[in-house]
Design a protein around this ligand. Structure first.
Ligand SMILES: C[S@@+](CC[C@H](N)C(=O)[O-])C[C@H]1O[C@@H](n2cnc3c(N)ncnc32)[C@H](O)[C@@H]1O
Length: 482
């Protein structure tokens, strides 16, 4: 029987984390800033690694860029895979017996006590939530940054063989994962239940991720005498294979940390970790006015108002249901934080508006951050040809010339780039961060508002505050403040 004896002293361990692809460096920056640790960005996009002492573990759970956490048992930068499946299987068996499990399992146990303190979070209904429009796409070449996202949130995504959750000798069933509560002291002598989850990317392997999870899982089971359970497991062992890089880890999160804010989901709710990354790109300053003019369920302004409480956030959407969802999400967070003893409220207002006619003074906004309709689940590609130029122009009007910034997320890159070219130099593109949004290749375009005066080019001359009849109808008279 395997029994874990906790050490009293803090030890240094390596933590691995999945992050939104494209935002690895942003995440590394946050780790450096908040924990003073230097993170390594994995060759495998969407992962970072950093060393901490175990007394910092709770702080890791509070980082805003990280989706899923695991403690590293062992990393192999250049694992030499044998030529045949049989030989690889023998190697897995040997590997399971010689891995340095002890420290990682101690961290897992410590982590359970943190999880217990935080209280078990309910798993929200995720299927229609994240920004993963109606696509029928193959899995990307690389391992997804958040495999959970691909599996759960992209209803029509065909998952190829990048990931496998397999308990040895058990068929992979379709029931939702139901990890068990962290094991109690009393039940410590019961055999632990476990599963192995394998993510594999690379085309030079003679085995599938299912093979690897099953064979390695069998070896782990034999070594520890644990009980395999696909759905009600205590320990999730991770086997991440990317070409010749192999990382064995133990999961420290049951559900992705990106689910922290939103309770009222919409068809394209953005992950909070991605929202955080976009906000960070714009470096909000004290007293900045930050606008999300197409806020949907409010993922961006909520994340912003919670993390940058000295800035002021204004968000809006032309869809009444989206605005109500945002309001409900804010109310929920306020209730939660008040229950937790922080009655401070949030520096955030939500309005129903049409972005093409914002009820805002010219040159009054410091930063615009928004997630534009991709034209798949929300809007249409055809409408984007009209919408994007109008959006960019109105954003340029309200944004402060010379200092204003914008970070705009879209997958409709062609339309966006053409619209930008029509702006008569009102915006300068600084750079683009390429991100994977639910399996879609999208870009966050980071723009700077130039000194060019709005209204000089012929396209800018229309009076900004005159709403068309259609827009008036669309808006009704709603304007909600929370
Ligand atoms: C991709 S979604 C934003 C999702 C949001 N980030 C979230 O987390 O829920 C784009 C949003 O733009 C809104 N939208 C489209 N056209 C608009 C317009 N002219 N004015 C304001 N909002 C608009 C849609 O209603 C939709 O909610």
């Amino acid at each position: 029987m395997w029994v874990l004896i906790m050490q009293d002293t803090d030890q240094t361990v390596t933590i691995g984390a999945t992050v939104p692809t494209g935002f690895e460096l942003t995440a590394a920056e946050e780790v450096q800033e908040k924990l003073g640790a230097t993170a390594r960005v994995s060759k495998n996009r969407g992962r970072i690694y950093f060393d901490i002492t175990t007394d910092k573990l709770i702080e890791v759970h509070h980082l805003k860029s990280l989706d899923n956490l695991f403690v590293v048992v062992k990393e192999y930068e250049d694992y030499q895979f044998k030529a045949t499946k049989e030989e690889v299987l023998l190697d897995w068996q040997e590997l399971a017996t010689k891995l340095p499990w002890t420290n990682a399992l101690e961290v897992w146990k410590l982590n359970n006590s943190i999880r217990k303190k935080k209280g078990r979070r309910k798993r929200p209904n995720p299927t229609k939530s994240d920004q993963c429009e109606n696509v029928s796409a193959k899995c990307p070449d690389t391992v997804p940054s958040d495999p959970e996202e691909l599996l759960e949130n992209c209803e029509t995504l065909e998952v190829t063989e990048n990931q496998a959750d397999v308990s040895p000798n058990l068929e992979n069933d379709s029931e939702e994962d139901k990890p068990s509560e962290p094991q109690d002291q009393d039940s410590e002598l019961m055999p632990l239940k476990f599963r192995v989850t394998c993510s594999r990317a690379g085309d030079k392997h003679c085995f599938t991720s299912n093979d690897a999870a099953r064979d390695f899982g069998g070896a782990v089971q034999e070594f520890f005498q644990w009980k395999a359970d696909m759905t009600k497991f205590d320990v999730e062992v991770l086997l991440n294979i990317h070409n010749n890089e192999v990382v064995v880890g133990i999961a420290l999160t049951v559900e992705s940390l990106h689910r922290r804010n939103i309770t009222h989901f919409g068809p394209t709710t953005l992950r909070s970790t991605l929202a955080y990354g976009m906000l960070r790109l714009c470096k909000p300053q004290v007293s900045d006015v930050i606008v999300d003019p197409m806020c949907g369920t409010g993922a961006i302004p909520l994340e912003g108002a919670m993390e940058w409480q000295n800035s002021f956030f204004i968000a809006g959407d032309n869809n009444g249901t989206a605005v109500s969802r945002s309001v409900n999400n804010i109310k929920h967070i306020l209730k939660k934080t008040q229950d937790g003893g922080s009655p401070s409220g949030l520096p955030l207002d939500i309005v129903q508006w049409d972005l093409c006619n914002l009820p805002m003074r010219s040159s009054s906004v410091d930063i615009i951050i928004t997630d534009m309709p991709f034209g798949k689940r929300v809007g249409s590609r055809k409408k984007n040809w009209e919408l994007y130029p109008l959006c960019l122009r109105e954003m340029a009007r309200v944004c402060k010339p010379g200092t204003g910034k914008a970070a705009l997320l879209t997958q409709d890159k062609k339309c966006f780039t053409k619209a930008l070219l029509q702006m008569g130099g009102l915006w300068k593109k600084l750079h683009t961060v390429w991100v994977n949004v639910g399996g879609l290749h999208a870009g966050v375009f980071v723009l700077k508002r130039t000194n060019v005066i709005f209204g000089i080019s012929s396209g800018d001359k229309t009076e900004p505050h005159t709403a068309t009849e259609a827009q008036k109808e669309n808006l009704g008279d709603a304007s909600l403040s929370v």
